[in-house]
Design a protein around this ligand. Structure first.
Ligand code: 0O2
Length: 221
């Protein structure tokens, strides 16, 4: 084994991964700017919280093997699009499209792919809007365009997904049928809650006043 070669490969991989960390920093800053801007203009703030994760080198390599992608950095950049992940949790369903548009409309962001698991819920009940975007990262020696997966979902969808994720890992992907059907039911309840909250939200204007109107208006006083 050529140890020097191995060392060089290792350094290249560490440097490659660093670009993704910077891309997460860029996207997180953009979301925090939106959040602060909403707050300062005293408008209602649609962003509940923001999280991020960088895939571990082991799980990047595991995915390359599992999907049979070529084992080189250019192919990994092109094929593994969820190395950098950012999650935006919103209060209401209607906030999701608003956040999506605000990010997708930014000049330095290119939307590469969009997966709408809200309109087309996954069979297990999973709901989220996934955007794969690319963003330039200005490094000391060069500029790189890095893909980032942005997941946008409501609090209820996030609550469901985090529990489902734990259950899925606990059973190593083989979730027993009774739990699977309970999870699907819980997803349905989450959707109903989101829809109810959206209706309530629409009846309260930005200043917190209850809108008086005909038919299905609610009196919250
Ligand atoms: P983690 O732990 O969040 O990193 P692929 O990535 O190729 O296997 P695909 O179709 O390219 O799958 O991506 P997809 O379906 O858009 O989903 C990628 C991510 O979305 C997952 O990342 C999860 O974070 C989330 N996700 C997708 N489906 C589900 C689901 O059924 N339940 C939950 N809880 N999360 C889901 P990772 O890398 O799998 O997981």
């Amino acid at each position: 084994i050529d140890l020097e070669h191995v060392q060089t490969l290792r350094e290249q991989f560490v440097d490659f991964m660093l670009g993704y960390k910077f891309a997460i920093d860029e996207i997180t800053t953009k979301i925090n700017i939106l959040r602060e801007d909403f707050n300062s203009t005293h408008e209602y703030n649609p962003i509940e919280h923001v999280g991020s994760r960088l895939k571990s080198p082991e799980s990047v390599l595991e995915k390359v093997r599992r999907k049979n992608y070529p084992m080189n950095l250019a192919a990994i950049r092109e094929n593994v699009l969820d190395i950098a992940g950012v999650r935006v949790v919103c209060s209401f369903i209607s906030d999701i499209a608003q956040i999506r548009d605000m990010l997708a409309g930014q000049e330095d962001i290119t939307v590469l792919e969009e997966r709408d698991y809200i309109t087309y819920r996954k069979p297990n009940g999973y709901q989220s809007l996934h955007l794969i975007v690319s963003i330039p990262v200005f490094r000391s020696a060069r500029t790189e365009r890095i893909p980032v997966e942005i997941q946008i979902r409501t609090i209820a969808m996030d609550f469901w997904a985090s529990l489902e994720h734990k259950i899925y890992y606990k059973y190593r992907g083989e979730v027993p049928p009774n739990l699977r059907s309970d999870l699907a039911q819980a997803a349905e309840v989450a959707t109903q809650l989101d829809e109810k909250m959206e209706t309530l939200h629409r009846q309260v204007d930005r200043t917190g006043h209850v809108r008086t109107g005909p038919a299905d208006s609610l009196d919250l006083t």
